[in-house]
Write a protein that binds this ligand. Structure first.
Ligand code: ADP
Ligand code: MG
Length: 353
């Protein structure tokens, strides 16, 4: 089976996927998809859609020209990205992951609503907010003091704000957004804002591109570091898991998060808790039945009893060197090889559009 992968030629994701394939895959650049260039993809082709991220040229096409680290442009990014997905859907190729489902996973509001409607545990969402003032009103009305505010179309912690308030007007926002002199930009360093004015500026910068707001779930921790799990579900089976621990409320690995000790987490959860954790992730992935792979961010509450899905990631399988859980069909295989095997064995719901 020769596969075409849509991504950024030469980047890590494409190379790792290519290494997992029996024969070298064809690579189609996202920039060509977005520019409307000829793709040479048609019925009979098998296509893996990967991330357009980490490519300044693709970003310029998606959001418009400018500093790739700048904040904002999420709404335009999403409109262009989904138009590109529609183009891929229209090729008639066999797609390993469904463009419509990818589009839902890149809208945190729709993703949350879909999971909630399916009975998958998720943090409670606040009604839609369009400004800082409205956010504060909604938090007061709901009696909620701690929330996660997320740019609706963000990823890699871009536009994520962990916000808490306390009586007496105290407020504290932790975020990867740096409000620098040349405008707000996404940073690898976490910033803290503790004045209402600064937090208002931050939220109002993010709001025009759409916000998803949900309750902040206090996370279980190991060695004083809060953690969550990234669980990769392939063809319906939770096959790969990593623990992400961080000194920050966001556990994303590029923000100072680190892989933690899965054995310690399994011990803390106990056998039943661990099984339940994987079941929740499989239930979340089942909301995307036409996606060969879904990367689930699983929040584990303090006390190790409660779970909630933080989000589902369409491109959440970049976990180099991680092999599948013992006893699963991906045992000993990395995330890419496991997907190639699942697709070859036909147990994947490879979708035809
Ligand atoms: N409701 C929540 N309560 C506690 N922590 C959360 C919540 N939502 C997200 N997080 C943390 O913030 C990080 C980033 O949020 P996420 O929704 O995964 O956005 P991104 O797409 O940027 O990764 C997650 O890795 C998780 O650890
Ligand atoms: Mg995430």
């Amino acid at each position: 089976m020769t596969v075409t992968v849509v991504g950024t030629p030469g980047d890590r994701r494409v190379r790792l996927f290519a290494a997992a394939c029996e024969s070298e895959p064809r690579v189609v650049a996202w920039t060509d998809v977005l520019r409307g260039a000829g793709l040479g993809i048609g019925p009979g082709d098998v296509v893996r859609i990967d991330s357009p991220g980490e490519d300044a040229a693709a970003d310029a096409l998606l959001r418009g020209p400018g500093d790739p680290a700048r904040v904002g442009g999420g709404a335009r990014w999403y409109a262009t990205f989904t138009a590109g997905l529609d183009r891929l859907a229209a090729t008639g190729a066999r797609l390993l992951n469904d463009p419509g489902e990818i589009a839902v996973m890149f809208d945190k509001r729709r993703c949350h609503a879909l999971l909630a409607a399916a009975g998958v545990p998720v943090p409670p969402a606040l009604p839609r907010v369009t400004s800082h003032a409205e956010l504060r009103e909604r938090m007061d009305a709901a009696g909620v003091r701690r929330v996660f505010v997320k740019a609706a179309h963000g990823s890699s912690a871009a536009g994520v704000v962990a916000l808490q308030t306390a009586p007496g007007g105290r407020i504290r926002a932790v975020t990867s957004v740096a409000m620098g002199p040349d405008g707000p930009h996404n940073s690898l360093r976490v910033s803290v804002y503790e004045s209402e004015r600064d937090v208002a500026r931050l939220i109002d910068v993010l709001a025009p591109d759409g916000l998803h707001v949900e309750g902040w779930m206090p996370k279980a921790s190991i060695g004083g570091r809060p953690l969550d799990l990234r669980v990769v579900v392939i063809a319906g089976e939770a096959t790969h898991a990593v623990v992400r621990t961080s000194p920050h409320p966001m556990t994303n690995l590029h923000l100072g998060g680190a892989r933690g000790d899965l054995g310690a987490v399994r011990d803390a959860l106990g056998e039943r808790g661990w099984r339940r954790a994987l079941e929740v992730c499989e239930a979340a992935a089942a909301c995307f039945p036409r996606s060969l792979m879904v990367g689930v961010d699983l929040l584990v509450g303090v006390g190790w009893r409660r779970f909630a899905v933080g989000e589902a990631n369409a491109f959440g399988d970049l976990l180099p060197g991680l092999t599948g859980l013992p006893g699963t069909s991906a045992e000993g295989l990395d995330t890419y090889t496991a997907q190639v095997r699942a697709a070859l064995m036909g147990n994947a719901q490879v979708c035809t559009t």
